[in-house]
Design a protein around this ligand. Sequence first.
Ligand SMILES: Nc1ncnc2c1ncn2[C@@H]1O[C@H](COP(=O)(O)OP(=O)(O)OP(=O)(O)O)[C@@H](O)[C@H]1O
Length: 261
Amino acid sequence: MERNQAGAEPDAKDNILETRGLTMEFRGFVAVRNVDLNVKRHTIHALIGPNGAGKTTCFNLLTKFLRPTAGTIVFNGQDVTRTGPAATARLGMVRSFQISSIFAHLTVIENVRVALQRKLSTSFHFWKPKSSLYPLHARADELIEWVGLETHRDALAGDLSYGRKRVLELATTLALDPELLLLDEPMAGLGHEDIGRVAELVRRVAQDRTVLMVEHNLDVVSDLSDTITVLTRGSVLAEGDYASVSSNPAVREAYIGGVHA
Ligand SMILES: Nc1ncnc2c1ncn2[C@@H]1O[C@H](COP(=O)(O)OP(=O)(O)OP(=O)(O)O)[C@@H](O)[C@H]1O
């Protein structure tokens, strides 16, 4: 994992992801308007906002599931605005929690191995002899242990609790060795205990990676995030740490009356 590159300024300029003027229009309706995002390396950055604010649209633009009407997306200094989802993932910007990547009929360890093999095959190692997969087995065990699923290693993924499935999804995403992890509502549908467990994992993931998440649970957002961008009606309303955005009168106003993010 690359940390600050030698010679680069290890300061506020070290953005792993930047958007400029990001705009998405659906037949005349502007869902995302002129959004400039600056996601700093090795931070947890949250995207929040009232319902319909444009968070999901913005997320889909970043993960390349939508193509912007205008604006640019730059990842690690490279313009990826027109790069497809798979190629973007190979560059190190990987989304999780949106589409279930878990195979219910495979065991926990098999799921992680499949994810690792996918990573390997994209590196054109698939033709190598089977023995070359042994390091992969060791890595799979390491990942399982890292996320705390070792006692469920041989359980069928389909039999796991909802919270553990979420953790396994995180493990399979980490198998792709992302530099920037994009999480779409990682706490959605989880009970109190699982929220604590997944939040702790996200915090650990961010020790040497960057996390950008759309999250509705404001307790989790306040607890985890270094930077929060608040969207309303497709535009950035405020940005900063939790203390500054939560005391911002415009942010409070935007949340009044709504089922908030
Ligand atoms: N494919 C689409 N076609 C037309 N309008 C869309 C489309 N996708 C989203 N929108 C509109 O764009 C706006 C932003 O939607 P989006 O789902 O991005 O908001 P959100 O902040 O994620 O909301 P929520 O918190 O409710 O998920 C909404 O008014 C929505 O109806």
